[in-house]
Design a protein around this ligand. Structure first.
Ligand code: MTE
Length: 300
């Protein structure tokens, strides 16, 4: 819903002026913050265009289907995504198995055009469709005392050829602090370009946290657990020196093996353009407050 979050990249950046004006009118009608948000968009945001469907769905990381960038597009078709349910448990009022279609009937799906920055220093701009994670957590009823949210991807050796290799300690696990999970920028993506999200991108629903490195955006989620302790996460378990729990995009804190100061913008031609990486991936204004007083080089 527009009153909660409007300060995003929009198709206004790429569509004809008539559509742009139309959108502005809609936003103005909805809430004052709409226009304020629009006015605050930086020049860098104005200049961005979403990547193509082909870019977004053919260059993937989804290690359950292999570690090459083209493996997920080749092999993820074997993942059975219907029916699908998500177990929500831990510190919630209504624990249980939530059917994906039932959840969708309760959620407001909207478009969010976000920058997406992988820890490997490549980036895209993706027009996601999805709903705010906060709405799903509120549906389950977050109990007092919950401080973290843990997520798990499906683990299905029969459908996922990559899990026979011990690249990670399967199932793929991720986690957020509760305030990060409840932030209006944090979404569960269920689509791209208005179409259901392809399997290689994490069908039927995956997390998107635009100010964090892409590995936080866990795919094909089957379990969400609210707890009072920081949950273990796959990449940190695999290599705690290189991957921290927070993993906020930060050009000033390098990966031990490469610089994070710049990134390759995929889709910008054969020779992908290298551009400076932005603090919190360009969402500093919205999320810096979550980390006030924290040493971001220690809590990387
Ligand atoms: N989720 C699962 N279950 N398995 C994975 O290997 N890779 C992560 C993240 N989510 C991954 C995952 C990484 S490293 C990135 S950069 C993004 O997914 C890639 O998302 P994309 O393929 O949609 O661009």
């Amino acid at each position: 819903m527009a009153h909660r979050w409007t300060n995003t990249l929009t198709h206004a950046d790429v569509t004809p002026r008539a559509a742009f004006l139309n959108r502005r009118q809609v936003m103005a009608g909805l809430a004052g913050v709409g226009l304020a948000g629009l006015a605050q968009r930086s020049e860098a945001q104005e200049a961005l265009e979403p990547n193509t469907w082909e870019d977004i769905t053919s260059y993937n990381n989804y290690y359950e289907f292999g570690t090459r960038k083209d493996d997920p597009a080749k092999y993820a078709h074997t993942l059975v995504t219907e029916p699908w349910s998500i177990k929500i448990d831990g510190l919630v009022d209504k624990p249980g198995e939530y059917d994906f279609n039932d959840v969708m009937s309760e959620m407001t799906v909207e478009e969010r055009i976000y920058r997406f920055r992988c820890v490997e220093a490549w980036s895209m701009v993706v027009p996601w469709n999805g709903f705010e994670l906060a709405d799903l957590l509120n549906l389950a009823g977050v109990q007092e005392g919950a401080k973290y949210v843990a997520f798990e991807t499906a683990y299905r050796p029969d459908e996922m050829p990559g899990v026979q290799y011990p690249v990670l300690d399967w199932p793929y696990r991720e986690g957020l602090r509760l305030d990060e999970a409840m932030h209006p920028l944090t979404i569960m993506a269920t689509g791209i370009y208005g179409k259901p999200i392809p399997k290689q991108n994490g069908a039927p629903l995956r997390l998107v946290v635009p100010w964090k490195y892409g590995f936080k955006s866990i795919k094909s989620i089957v379990r969400i657990t609210l707890s009072d302790v920081e949950p273990p996460i796959s990449w940190n378990m695999a290599n705690p020196r290189e991957y921290g729990f927070y993993s906020n995009v930060n050009p000033n804190v390098d990966h031990p093996r490469w610089s994070q100061a710049s990134e390759r913008q995929l889709g910008s031609g054969l020779f992908a353009k290298r551009v400076p990486t932005l603090m919190f991936n360009g969402y500093e204004q919205e999320v810096a407050g979550l980390y006030e007083g924290m040493d971001l080089s220690k809590n990387f």
